[in-house]
Design a protein around this ligand. Structure first.
Ligand SMILES: [Zn+2]
Length: 363
């Protein structure tokens, strides 16, 4: 009898004060993008056609010494060891067109703003057709998640590129977006130091280095425990446009190590351990085979719509590299993020069409 009374007292108390029962904490999601990184490097490693191009004058010796192997499986492991030693074993990688495991953008423009908009709004809006600092009129999944009371102020984005406050419409969405050298107004000494560093560093691509974007995101995560975190790297695209294949590969290799470092950090924190999903993708592809086609992308450059995605952790099927024909789209990522967090991002709450979740990579 006493048990029953106690049960009712606890139930009423829970209802009144919204005390969570013994439910597991809601899952966390971390999304990472590498701007304009080709699937060719992800799945085949360094490209021999580019490395053997006599007109290319980059640091080929370093690249060959560090990232070259005749077997493409060895080569990709040297270039992106976290993707191939960890994610390939514990998660999933899709986008290897040698197996027709295809993933594409569905927007027709095949450059950054339309790509990021498609990733986060789940929608290829034809009117989103510029990289200019224009506030995105479409609702994105970060904004939707941030509007849910349990996740309020638990969504944050850190980017190297300074257009993200517009792509994610920080003003309307209320999502914390820290881009380029936006002042880091935090009390933690690590974030204070990073704030100084971002103003003092050289800027090879004219915005803060990806390393600083990474550390600002990491230190913010440690201090403020976001449920949904977005980290946006930019160097790969800029170095590719400049024709600096060596720097493109070096940035990719460093970012793979940062992702590994982030994963270890997440697994060392009780809130995130075994309760976090990592999704890694890109905004667009770039030109395919050929000596200089890799430098550019866009409507006029064949193969620019070809992208890839890697994921692991909570909710992700342990399928490794997908080697069966499949056709996935960039507009499916937003609803996948929402689904992983136990909710749904759809035409109703987004107020525009949203691609279906990527159910084939989910548990
Ligand atoms: Zn570009």
């Amino acid at each position: 009898m006493f048990d029953i009374i106690l049960f009712y007292i606890i139930s009423i108390f829970s209802l009144l004060f919204n005390v969570p029962k013994n439910e597991p904490a809601a899952p966390n999601v971390v999304v990472i993008t590498l701007d304009g990184l080709r699937w060719q490097e992800v799945f085949n490693g360094a490209d021999s056609i580019i490395l053997n191009d006599k007109t290319y004058d980059g640091d080929i010796e370093y690249i060959k010494a560090n990232f070259w192997a005749t077997d493409s499986k060895e080569r990709r492991k040297k270039l992106t060891p976290f993707l191939w030693n960890t994610i390939a074993n514990e998660g999933v990688l899709v986008g290897n067109r040698n197996y027709e495991a295809n993933m594409n953008v569905s927007n027709k423009y095949q450059f950054s703003y339309p790509g990021y908009s498609e990733i986060f709004t789940g929608f290829a809006d034809d009117s989103v057709n510029s990289n200019d600092k224009i506030l995105n009129k479409n609702i994105n999944v970060l904004e939707y998640i941030n509007s849910i009371p349990n996740f309020k102020n638990k969504v944050a984005a850190f980017s190297t590129w300074d257009v993200f406050p517009y792509i994610l419409n920080e003003k309307r969405s209320g999502v914390y977006v820290n881009a380029d050298v936006d002042t880091l107004s935090f009390k933690e000494s690590t974030l204070t130091m990073l704030n100084e560093m971002q103003f003092l560093t050289a800027k090879p691509i004219n915005v803060r280095p990806d390393l600083l974007t990474y550390f600002t995101a990491k230190e913010y995560l440690k201090a403020y425990h976001p449920k949904l975190l977005y980290v946006s790297f930019d160097e790969t695209d800029d170095f590719a446009h400049s024709g600096m294949y060596d720097q493109y590969l070096k940035s990719l290799h460093a970012e793979d190590a940062m992702i590994s470092n982030l994963w270890s950090t997440l697994q060392s924190m009780p809130q995130y351990k075994n309760n976090t999903t990592l999704i890694i993708t890109c905004d667009h592809g770039r030109g395919g085979t050929g000596k200089s086609t890799w430098k550019n992308h866009g409507q006029e450059v064949k193969e620019s719509s070809q992208i890839w995605l890697a994921a692991m952790g909570n909710g992700i099927a342990q399928k490794g590299e997908i080697k069966q024909p499949v056709q996935l789209y960039q507009n499916q990522i937003a609803s996948t993020v929402a689904k992983l967090m136990g909710t749904s991002f759809n035409e109703k709450n987004a107020k525009h069409p949203v691609g279906e979740p990527l159910n084939s990579i989910l548990k």
